[in-house]
Design a protein around this ligand. Structure first.
Ligand code: FES
Length: 370
């Protein structure tokens, strides 16, 4: 899919026409109108660079599945539109939607379409055999014509469009990266995209990536384990232009390897988005106490959320990385080691805690209002 751009001269650069009697000097009345238009039309229409009037995200919204197609083994792509076919809130590369599924599960999926398409959002979902049921519900229930409640778009992985960028996508991790590659190409910056996976059949949007590569020779590299062997993180980073910012999304082992190898590369900054729970750093064992009085020990290598889900599989969660807020619980007593990126100081002072990432000191007991 290619982004459509129109080149329209700004109103204040248009030469006012000759006056009404054909004299070469601009007519003062028309020149006055032109001045007014140049000042007030952009304010009134507030057009963005995609030529559309931006709307504020109206949350929550119900969208309709307009089209659905398989774009790789076990990966379904959905095109979601407003029920009446109207304009949708705009978004930037790296943004995601929160899907509130009929079962009550909430899941985030990156927007992987074209930000210039203001009438549809595109997401892609890989079916996870051992997931929490969200991907299975999307695959089974979200057929053409089905309705789904969404929040967003929101962006926890913003693309800053530095002068040089290396974009690395592992499998379905292409979803936030593909709009970044198009944005980089559109901006004319120095960019490289690497898409990796087990086999060609496992890579979503392979044809779109191939088209991008044909339009931008030398910019796109596809590496599959069966054809090229699994690349090391150092080999991937070696493709970065000197001083490039690196953006990557993919499986946890790939991201961990890139993080470890990054300091020795010539890269400027590393930005990444994970699919799964953030690794526990410097975890210590502590205890959760429930309203019932039961106590649940949290070992050093497990999150409070994992322990709560072992006890009650219906415990709500979504991102598992401390940014969506779905797992928020109230703490009645005990001192929390807050590790999230979402709660305000006031929320923390009010005893709220995101149990997917936040913990407590060794031996501490957190009494939860659950
Ligand atoms: S699951 Fe998203 S903040 Fe905890």
């Amino acid at each position: 899919m290619s982004r459509q751009h129109e080149s329209i001269a700004p109103l204040d650069r248009l030469t006012p026409p000759p006056d009404l009697y054909g004299r070469p000097r601009p007519d003062r009345y028309l020149a006055g109108l032109d001045w007014i238009a140049s000042k007030y039309v952009p304010l009134v229409t507030r057009k963005d660079r995609y030529g559309s009037r931006p709307l504020e995200p109206g949350n929550p919204q119900e969208l309709v599945v307009a089209t659905r197609e398989f774009v790789a083994d076990d990966v379904v792509s959905l095109r979601l539109t407003a029920p009446g076919g109207g304009l949708l809130p705009r978004w930037q590369p790296g943004a995601h939607l929160d899907l509130h599924l009929a079962s009550g599960l909430k899941r985030q999926y990156s927007l992987c379409g074209d930000p210039a398409d203001r009438y549809a959002y595109r997401i892609a979902v890989r079916l996870l055999a051992n997931g929490g049921g969200g991907s299975a519900e999307v695959h089974k229930e979200l057929t053409v014509g089905a309705r789904v409640e969404i929040r967003g778009p929101r962006n926890a992985f913003p693309f800053a469009a530095d002068k040089k960028v290396l974009l690395i996508a592992g499998g379905i991790g292409l979803t936030p990266i593909l709009p970044m590659a198009r944005e980089a190409a559109w901006r004319g910056i120095d960019w490289q995209l690497i898409h990796t996976g087990r086999t060609r059949d496992s890579l979503p949007f392979a044809e779109e990536v191939a088209r991008l590569g044909r339009r931008h020779p030398g910019k796109v590299t596809v590496l599959t384990d069966d054809e090229h062997g699994m690349p090391s993180a150092a080999e991937l980073l070696a493709r970065a232009p000197e001083g490039a910012a690196v953006y990557c999304c993919g499986p946890t082992p790939m991201l961990d390897a890139l993080q470890a190898a990054f300091p020795a590369s010539g890269g400027k900054a590393l930005h990444f988005e994970r699919f799964s729970a953030a690794p526990i750093v410097d975890g210590k064992p502590f205890t959760l106490k429930l309203r019932s009085g039961r106590e649940l020990p949290v070992p050093a290598d497990k999150s409070a959320l994992e322990v709560l889900r072992d006890d009650n599989p219906g415990t709500p969660y979504s991102c598992q990385q401390g940014f969506c807020g779905v797992c928020k619980l109230r703490v009645l007593s005990g001192t929390v080691d807050h590790r999230d990126r979402k709660l305000t100081d006031r929320e923390r002072a009010n005893g709220e805690m995101l149990v997917c990432v936040s913990r407590a000191d060794e031996g501490e007991c957190l009494e939860l209002d659950v």
